[in-house]
Design a protein around this ligand. Structure first.
Ligand code: PEP
Length: 252
């Protein structure tokens, strides 16, 4: 029973100008035409969202996401972008708590929680990123860290809040390094996360929540990853920048 439609999401990080983003979006739209059975999302810089939305059109198969969100609708917060602005710009998703945001911009499980709330309030699908660092894995703290990130990040949320939430497991040591977690590691963690959601919330929510894997996903390893139980898609950084590669990945 395919209750979870796979999601392949591309995180473009701070790459591509608006002009380059529109060109890549058009290429991707052409390449992915007619593909079914998978949700496709690209998260460019916020500046490119309205340009890409206009280029792709309202009913496009390639959907858009933001890479960050401010936890409030408007106000004197120089440099920030809110949920309603992201939604109005044409996005359906927002990536929250990416390890680069946690590492370089001081995001914590608490800020992640408030950003998830802001996303839901704006009608956006939150893609909540979690993952252990290499030293945490070496110290056998992987499951402790993941439990803490989920528990603290989702503190105060009800079952009904989390219907659309997507979890992305991204071991920090596998992001942009060319190292991918082994199939056993991925299977173990994804199984653990689904069980955690079941224990904390409900079996029904756990059964339908999409859990993505992220960390050096490439055309050459996507097939094996997608065969792993409890892997419902991927969050792709580097390899999403090239439309031809990303097209291969969405055709896992
Ligand atoms: C990411 O940034 O979410 C990511 C997984 O990057 P990469 O695919 O480049 O490892």
């Amino acid at each position: 029973i395919a209750i979870r439609k796979p999601l392949i999401a591309g995180n473009w990080k701070m790459y591509k100008t608006g002009t380059q983003a529109v060109a890549a979006a058009k290429q991707l739209a052409d390449l992915t035409q007619g593909v079914t059975g998978v949700d496709i999302m690209i998260a460019p810089t916020a500046l490119s969202l309205p340009l890409m939305a206009a280029a792709l059109g309202k009913d496009a198969q390639v959907r858009l996401g933001a890479q960050n969100i401010y936890p409030g609708t408007e106000g004197a917060f120089t440099g920030e972008v809110s949920g309603p602005m992201i939604k109005d710009a044409g996005a359906d998703y927002v990536i929250i708590g990416h390890s680069e945001r946690r590492q370089y911009f001081g995001e914590t499980d608490e800020t992640v929680g408030s950003k998830i709330r802001a996303a839901l309030d704006a009608g956006l699908i939150p893609v909540m990123c979690i993952g252990e660092t290499e030293s945490q894995r070496d110290a056998d703290k992987t499951f402790f860290i993941l439990d803490k990130q989920v528990s603290d990040g989702l503190k105060g949320f009800d079952l009904g809040d989390l219907n659309s939430l997507v979890l992305a497991y991204e071991p920090v040591w596998a992001i942009g390094t060319g190292k991918t977690a082994g199939p056993e590691q991925v299977k173990e963690v994804h199984g653990f996360l689904r069980h955690l959601i079941k224990e904390k919330y409900a079996e029904g929510l756990a059964a339908k929540m999409r859990i993505l894997y992220g960390g050096s996903v490439k055309p050459g390893n996507i097939k094996d990853l997608m065969h792993i139980e409890d892997v419902d898609g991927a969050l792709v950084g580097g390899a999403s920048l090239n439309p031809a590669d990303f097209n291969k990945i969405i055709r896992f």
